[in-house]
Ligand binder design. Structure first.
Ligand SMILES: Cc1cc2nc3c(=O)[nH]c(=O)nc-3n(C[C@H](O)[C@H](O)[C@H](O)COP(=O)(O)OP(=O)(O)OC[C@H]3O[C@@H](n4cnc5c(N)ncnc54)[C@H](O)[C@@H]3O)c2cc1C
Length: 806
């Protein structure tokens, strides 16, 4: 084995090999993959090999589509035969809500570019004459789905990587990973040490153990999964072409043909459990099955027999049972490990055969080019923090497994693993009917209901509609109060703090103490990485705010941009401060009764800040800024003192009709102001020019990403963000809906909401630049229904910012 490499990948399953192949295709050399057994000897060898397209996420759909396009060609590309079965797929749909979900996914199929149809029971029976269609309303038909032998694709990609110079060391266990003082990684193996620039944890069921060597908390659980294969059946021997793979929420199973028999794989619910009693597999576990537990499957196999009576007619030939890695949200981990330069995670896949090629392609792009062509936010391992404890991961991962065929409605979340991070107002807000959502471990109010009420999750407007309308109008007409403690908060201090921020931010930094700017961090090529609000507290002391889910991501963006020797100290203050947003025409009058500060416009203008005492609480940071577009302040309060300030504000606000509001109302209000959101409008797929954010760029100075930003401006943007008014009926845009102009696909929505003050359904969409002009008529496919829409001037509410500067 060589002693130096550019990249060392630990693990030779479909994920590790998929990455190796794509790094080689990208032209990188000195690539080494180390596998303790044989390639595929972990989970990959015994997977059922199904590769579906349908998915509720546009980015994941792109990952799937790449695999189904690559696998049929892989034999020819690599000279290693691949048995691709293009049999198609039927995802059965039982309820009205599932149908709305399927229609949303249909919209995603238009954007991703795969063929899909929604068909009724009669057509289902034509395609699958042996299937019983009781309780079925429709099916989501994907003609280009297939299944493949997992070992074929893995070995073919390995062959392709070797042909481009990559090395694969089999039968060599990695025993440790440590970072050397110079930043390189030293990978210890049974065959000696190897030093590399980048290391990748692709260790499948062992990824948490491998991660722990460098102090990483890797949130995966190894869950036991089975499928059974019957003896051949004459009906299937006689039948051509092969039946489509069926995914059936009634039996919670996939059902397909295999060797002229039937293959059934159930995702059992109550009896689902982890392998090896929740511990990692023993190191000598290789190409083995986990002991099957058929008894547990019986109820599901019986249901599968009702759906496909043919299945009950044949004897079981084999039972395959093995470990599948599941993460708390069911999406694999692919991207930088938190806090570590050039340590990449690429593991946690629960449908790794379908995803291995695409996952490898996009991570290779990220490693080689500093970003991928799709947004990697959903896959970024830094979406989980230390709050994702072992217990949390164990309960949520099991639920993810149980819910493989469950259609989560928008906003619906795991009911388990809750209450991990709470502001000190949690109980007080719960008593007011707060409907909480989990975000980066935090419980954050979405809206306020009446006692005992809970959200009816739906693809249409639901029981939150009227309360949210009242919340939003209270902010516009009187005053609202929101607990937004979930903000990620950092302090940047030191002699070089100002120069450092100036170098990494495209916007001009505040020139005076107590001033605020909104700015971004860009990739080297000028694409949007982060959005942060910077407040200058002193010439060498800045207070930074960013999105809740970005806490680890943005900490890395700051830390990893520091130059050696730069005198900058970055501290994470997220848990130290709670945040209350007081917004609305009466905000000044209310706050003036409690704050020891002159709140007049002259002494406390828009985009300024100061530290003062509020309601007897010292050290409250008041920031005159908000995301709802009204007169108001954010109060950053020492977390322990939040209840005092909250009670005082509620009491002082009573005479003004103060109302608590949550993130649903905030979303509606920010849409009325056309404020972009990080992660929806602002992603690494676009530049600030394309996002219509040029006013936040100071072209006169140098900053990371400047050349790319200028290229985007001068070369003409590839796309432009447009603000749409949509003739919605009972459902507003969510994002990832296709937009058409004159019958042709013209763009994609990124988010939307109903604006209660402007009485319009609003959306953002990236469009071909020539169409992003007020007055252009469009059609948006909202839950599969065509809705007329038009581009409008931004924003609809308070165009001249008179209210927020009042
Ligand atoms: C019964 C069953 C059916 C399935 N059906 C499907 C399906 O139909 N479609 C689908 O898409 N997915 C399916 N899956 C899931 C799929 O198998 C996994 O998602 C996928 O194989 C994960 O690939 P991986 O590379 O992450 O992990 P693995 O295949 O487990 O690879 C990890 C590798 O890392 C090696 N390794 C670990 N630690 C070290 C170390 N320290 N040193 C060296 N090497 C190390 C291991 O030996 C192993 O080979 C199924 C899984 C099971 C169990």
């Amino acid at each position: 084995m060589r002693s130096h490499a550019r990249v060392v990948i630990v693990g030779g399953g479909v994920m590790g090999v998929g990455l190796l192949y794509h790094l080689a295709l990208e032209g990188w050399n000195e690539l080494v993959l180390i596998e303790k057994g044989e390639l595929t000897s972990g989970s990959t060898w015994h997977a059922a090999g199904q590769c579906p397209h349908f998915n509720g996420s546009l980015n994941i759909s792109k990952v799937h589509l790449y695999g189904t396009q690559l696998y049929p060609q892989l034999g020819e590309l690599t000279g290693h035969a691949v048995s691709w079965h293009p049999c198609g797929g039927l995802r059965l749909v039982r309820t009205e809500e599932e149908l709305r979900w399927a229609k949303h996914v249909y919209g995603i199929s238009r954007l991703a570019g795969y063929e899909a149809h929604l068909i009724g029971p009669a057509e289902i029976r034509k395609l699958h004459p042996y299937l019983e269609t009781f309780g079925i309303k429709a099916a989501f038909l994907t003609l280009t789905d297939g299944h493949v032998a997992p070992a074929d694709v893995t070995h073919a990609m390995a062959a392709g990587a070797r042909q481009r110079g990559a090395e694969i060391c089999r039968r060599t266990r990695v025993t440790g990973i440590r970072q050397l003082p110079g930043g390189e990684w030293e990978v210890a193996t049974e065959a000696g040490n190897i030093v590399c620039e980048h290391v990748v944890n692709s260790a499948g069921s062992y990824c948490a153990v491998v991660g722990a060597w460098t102090g990483l908390n890797v949130p995966i659980s190894n869950l036991l999964h089975h499928y059974v294969i019957t003896e051949p059946l004459q009906e299937l021997i006689d039948l051509k072409p092969e039946l489509p793979v069926v995914r059936d929420p009634y039996s919670n199973s996939y059902l397909r043909e295999e060797g002229n028999g039937v293959l059934v794989g159930p995702y059992e619910t109550a009896t689902a459990h982890a392998c090896w009693a929740g511990a990692p597999p023993p190191w000598n576990f290789e190409s083995e099955l986990v002991a099957p537990e058929l008894e547990r499957l019986m109820p599901w196999l019986e249901k599968a027999s009702e759906r496909l009576p043919l299945f009950a007619r044949a004897g079981v030939k084999s039972v395959i049972s093995g470990a599948i890695t599941h993460t708390p949200d069911g999406v694999y981990l692919s991207g930088p490990a938190p806090g570590l330069r050039n340590y990449w995670m690429h593991c946690g896949a629960s449908i790794g055969i379908a995803q291995g090629a695409g996952a490898g392609k996009y991570l290779a792009q990220w490693m080689v080019h500093g970003q991928a062509e799709i947004s990697m936010r959903e896959f970024d391992p830094r979406r989980f923090g230390d709050w994702a404890t072992r217990e949390y991961t164990a309960t949520t991962a099991i639920e993810d497994y149980q819910h493989m065929y469950y259609c989560y409605a928008p906003g619906e979340q795991h009911p388990v693993g809750r209450g991990l991070r709470k502001s000190t107002l949690y109980d007080a807000l719960a008593a007011q009917g707060a409907q909480f959502a989990q975000i980066f471990g935090w419980e954050r109010p979405r809206w306020y209901g009446t006692a005992g009420q809970s959200e009816r999750f739906s693809w249409a407007r639901s029981n939150w509609w009227e309360p949210v309308k009242e919340e939003a109008l209270a902010v516009r007409e009187r005053v609202g109060l929101m607990d937004l403690s979930t903000f990620s908060k950092y302090e940047v201090r030191g002699a070089d703090a100002c120069a450092f921020l100036d170098r990494i931010c495209p916007n001009r930094l505040p020139r005076q103490d107590g001033r605020i700017v909104l700015t971004h961090l860009l990739t080297a090529d000028g694409f949007i990485e982060s959005e942060i609000t910077v407040t200058r507290l002193a010439p060498d002391h800045f207070y930074l705010l960013s999105a809740a889910v970005a806490q680890l991501h943005d900490k890395d963006q700051l830390e990893l941009r520091k130059r050696p020797g730069e005198r900058v100290c970055i501290a994470d203050l997220t848990d130290a401060y709670g945040v209350l947003v007081l917004a609305g025409p009466a905000a000044r009058e209310i706050l003036a009764t409690l704050a020891c500060a002159d709140l007049s416009n002259a002494s406390f203008p828009w985009l300024s800040a100061r530290e003062t005492e509020v309601a007897g609480v010292a050290g409250v940071r008041l920031l005159r800024v908000n995301y709802v577009g009204e007169l108001g302040w954010e109060l950053h309060v020492p977390m322990g003192q939040m209840p005092t300030v909250y009670r005082a504000l509620m009491s002082a606000g009573k005479a003004h009709g103060i109302r608590l509001f949550g993130t649903y109302a905030m979303n509606s209000l920010r849409m009325e102001k056309a404020y972009r959101g990080w992660g929806s409008e602002l992603t690494a797929e676009v530049t600030l020019v394309e996002a219509g954010m040029e006013r936040f760029i100071d072209y006169e100075k140098d900053f990371i990403g400047r050349a790319g930003t200028i290229r985007s401006r001068d070369g003409g943007p590839r796309t432009l963000l447009a603000y749409l008014e949509v003739d919605a009926e009972d459902a507003d845009c969510l994002g990832s809906e296709p937009v058409y102009c004159g019958g042709s696909l013209a763009g994609v929505t990124t988010s939307g909401a109903f604006g209660f003050a402007v009485k319009k359904s609003l959306a953002f969409a990236y469009l071909e630049p020539r169409l992003a002009t007020a007055g252009v008529e469009l059609t948006v496919l909202v839950r599969g229904e065509e809705r007329a829409a038009r581009v409008i001037d931004q924003p609809l509410w308070d165009r001249n910012n008179e209210r927020l500067r009042a």
